[in-house]
Design a protein around this ligand. Sequence first.
Ligand SMILES: Nc1ncnc2c1ncn2[C@@H]1O[C@H](COP(=O)(O)OP(=O)(O)OP(=O)(O)O)[C@@H](O)[C@H]1O
Length: 252
Amino acid sequence: MSIEIRGLSKVFGKKPVLQDIDVTIAPGQIYCLLGKNGVGKSTFLNCILDLVKPGSGSISLFGKDYHKHQLEVKQNLGALCEDNPLIEEFSGIEYLTFISKLYGLSPSDAETRINSLVNYFFTDKESLHKNVGGYSTGMKKKVGIAAAMLHKPQVLLLDEPFTGLDPIAAQLLVQLIRSYRSPERVILISSHDLNYVEKIATHIGVLNDGRLMYNGSLQEFTMNGEHLIDQALFQLLLPHHNPETNLDWMFS
Ligand SMILES: Nc1ncnc2c1ncn2[C@@H]1O[C@H](COP(=O)(O)OP(=O)(O)OP(=O)(O)O)[C@@H](O)[C@H]1O
């Protein structure tokens, strides 16, 4: 049931973004991928989603080679992409209904699941009957997350799920992700929101210079809670940073 990645590399132009990455993300884990802007987190997720073609390497999900068993793998995969593409001319309800049909849910199952997700995430349910094109960033994000989870995928990938959510919605998402975790499911999340990462992660991966600079448990990362997660990340990525460099002109 795991995600197995071996020798994954990707070059854009002349820039190596991912270099020979090996990682296994096991069932039951909530694996949070961290790293500076532009380091390749979305590229990594998009390779798993088959949205970006890797230069080399192999990806298998639940023991099945992605390319040999595309349909079976994709049926068990749910994803929120960073750009969260929705169909702007549909209402939120129409969009979720459309997604439920793509995954072959029966109309009654679809209705039950959509209603419960809508009740969970949206206080203003009226707006879900208006076109998605007029939604705020956070509302679109909630629709995207609901769409990713409607079919109860075994592998859930969420790229920056907290960005744009208000603190209430973000906390609801924290609870939802925690409850969704099970020994049969793998959850992989890319995020800069360390407060929320700290609440959900079982495992952490830190991408830097194309490689996984850290890959292990959250506990180990924070040295059993001795460090806050942001301190641990800062220490790992910028151990020699001098905050006093050359900004005197701004503060005088
Ligand atoms: N389609 C593309 N063509 C060319 N370069 C790309 C493409 N997609 C991404 N890149 C480059 O690959 C690098 C990694 O981008 P990516 O979006 O994966 O980073 P990220 O870690 O998700 O960044 P952020 O935290 O800012 O969202 C960046 O330098 C980006 O400019």
